[in-house]
Design a binder for this molecule. Structure first.
Ligand code: NA7
Length: 545
């Protein structure tokens, strides 16, 4: 490594997806700061750069899965999405367009991974090292690394012996994968597997779907968009974005206001039917107690189970696909487009690897306790070390050389999910304990970026050198987060939301479930009170007050 830093910036931003791009724009173009973005990939896009598996698609509707009028009203009017739920190539094109339109690339260093970031207390600056052997310093370190960016490849014994091809969905080759005539094993039936499996089955000779836990997959209802809908949406964009900021999940849908059991059975059925036909996550927004009351939840769970049984011809296979061990929406429900019908095909076999676990990967395929499946290709749709995986890989250390990993050994401790005590002038965009993955991501990303930019502006205006959460404020936030979590059914399921997919990961709810609108109000109040709960030190003073 070089002995001198090769650059000194006001801010270093890590990642060039939705968050990093908008953060760079705010810092550089609105605040006039010097900023460098590091991006491991050779292009912008983040999630939408890496996840190129067949069928990769957004589960938020395209017309509100984008930057809002906060970035540009013109772009909202000019950009036209081709489908109700945009596919990966289209979202990637959109982000490339944003990067070009705001000339962001010139401050992004591609093909560069941050390998360490340490806080130098004496100089009140971050030292950031990268895998090209260089290091730079910055007043602010802002992580824009996404919530689902560290691919999880479980340790399957013998994996290295496999003589065929193997791919993780989140590290998909750019040239694509030809499944024609191939026998394929897909491991994993989360949101990713559910999107990929129907597409792979159209090409492959045979697909073995290795399922450990069935999910409550919701009918996505993707399709081309009605021009009249597009026109109406564009005409009402101001109001639509406003609503996304106020609702619980960042969608402009009406918030439910009554409990599931407050209506007669036939009316409840009708309400579920309507929401189901509308598609997307609306079914989760039918009643206000689905996430807090087991009995209420069971009505929705049963509704989805019946839908699954209707669509799968073989009743035994249908029963294997019906989730029974967790309530609806306590794991992220995948959206599906033709997933269940895939199991009516002759070239698809559903394998229950809960009953008969995968024991090893052999030279020629996958061996479970009771069977062996000879395949040419293995697809790992096994998810991510969510929320903290990528943060930890960056080797961040704060005051006194304390590693973030050490501080969070028993689970994240943050203030508002945006900062953590002991790590001054570090901000996390959609960090743990913020709504993040329990929301329509761009809405939460924009809120964080705007809030962070405002905080930095405030610091400049008040001659403040250093900002850092106070211990009590952080303790209160963690406690509030846990209280809100415990009031819901989310802790009941072994989901990646609670870290259950990664051996040894502390069990906590990683995202905040208090709701986007409520959370925003809290953040705004904190800012309005001079960043209440944060200690701020002026230039030239050593104390944080
Ligand atoms: P998920 O939702 O974490 O799904 C991973 C899948 O892989 C899930 O079905 C897991 O079963 C399965 N899995 C993981 N490890 C194993 C092992 N060792 N053996 C068998 N099966 C395994 O990841 P996705 O990529 O689908 O989705 C992540 C998010 O991206 C999604 O929620 C959206 O927000 C976008 P399990 O359920 O743990 O039994």
């Amino acid at each position: 490594a070089s002995t001198d830093p090769v650059g000194e910036f006001d801010a270093v931003v890590v990642g060039a997806g939705f968050s990093g791009l908008y953060m760079l724009h705010r810092l550089r173009d609105k605040l006039g700061l010097s900023a460098r973005v590091y991006e491991a990939a050779d292009d912008v896009g983040g999630t939408w750069y890496w996840n190129r598996y067949p069928g990769a698609r957004c589960d938020s509707e395209s017309y509100f899965y984008s930057f809002s009028d906060r970035l540009s009203e013109e772009l909202l009017q000019e950009w036209t999405w081709s489908e109700r739920f945009a596919g990966q190539p289209e979202i990637l094109r959109y982000l490339q367009h944003v990067a070009d339109r705001w000339d962001l690339r010139r401050d992004i260093q591609f093909n560069t991974r941050v390998t360490a970031a340490s806080y130098d207390e004496a100089r009140s600056r971050w030292a950031i090292s990268t895998d090209d052997g260089d290091w730079v310093t910055a007043k602010f370190l802002i992580t824009a690394v996404g919530c689902l960016s560290a691919a999880n490849l479980p340790e399957f014994q013998g994996r290295e012996k496999f003589r065929g091809e193997q791919y993780h969905t989140a590290l998909w080759p750019h040239e694509g994968v030809d499944f024609t005539g191939k026998r394929v094993a897909v491991i994993g039936t989360g949101a990713t597997g559910v999107q990929a499996i129907p597409e792979i089955a159209k090409e492959a000779a045979h697909v073995y779907v290795l399922q450990r836990t069935p999910n409550y997959d919701i009918a996505g209802g993707n399709g081309p968009l009605d021009p009249e809908y597009v026109q109406r949406t564009k005409a009402n964009y101001k109001e639509i974005w406003q609503r996304t900021r106020e609702t619980s999940f960042g969608f402009p849908y009406d918030a439910p206001d009554r409990p599931a059991l407050s209506v007669p059975d036939d009316e409840r059925q009708r309400i579920y039917d309507t929401a189901w036909a509308e598609g997307g996550f609306r079914i989760g927004l039918t009643f206000n107690d689905l996430l807090v009351d087991v009995k209420a939840n069971e009505t929705a769970s049963e509704f989805v189970r019946a839908k699954i049984r209707e669509r799968v011809q073989n009743p035994e296979i249908a029963e294997m696909l019906v989730p029974k061990d967790h309530p609806f929406f306590t794991k992220r429900p995948p959206l599906e487009n033709g997933y269940y019908e895939t199991f009516n095909r002759d070239n698809v076999t559903l394998v229950d690897v809960r009953r008969s676990p995968i024991e090893e990967i052999t030279e020629t395929g996958v061996r479970t306790r009771d069977d062996e499946y000879e395949v040419d290709t293995i697809v790992f749709a096994t998810g991510f070390d969510a929320m903290t995986g990528t943060l930890f890989k960056m080797n961040i250390s704060g005051r006194g050389g304390v590693a973030l990993q050490e501080k969070w050994a028993e689970g994240p401790r943050t203030y508002l999910g945006v900062a953590t005590q002991g790590f001054p002038n570090m901000f996390m965009i959609t960090g743990p304990q913020s709504p993040s993955v329990l929301s329509n991501m761009p809405v939460s990303i924009e809120q964080h970026v705007d809030w962070i930019a405002d905080c930095i502006r405030y610091m400049r205006e008040h001659n403040i050198d250093k900002v850092e959460p106070l211990v009590e404020a952080e303790d209160d936030w963690v406690e509030h987060h846990n209280t809100v979590t415990q009031a819901t059914l989310l802790p009941m399921a072994n989901s990646w939301w609670v870290g259950a997919n990664i051996p040894g990961k502390p069990r906590n709810l990683y995202p905040y479930v208090g709701g986007v609108g409520y959370y925003r109000e809290i953040c705004e109040e904190v800012a309005a009170h001079g960043y209440d709960g944060f200690g701020m030190a002026k230039y030239g003073s050593s104390s944080v007050t």
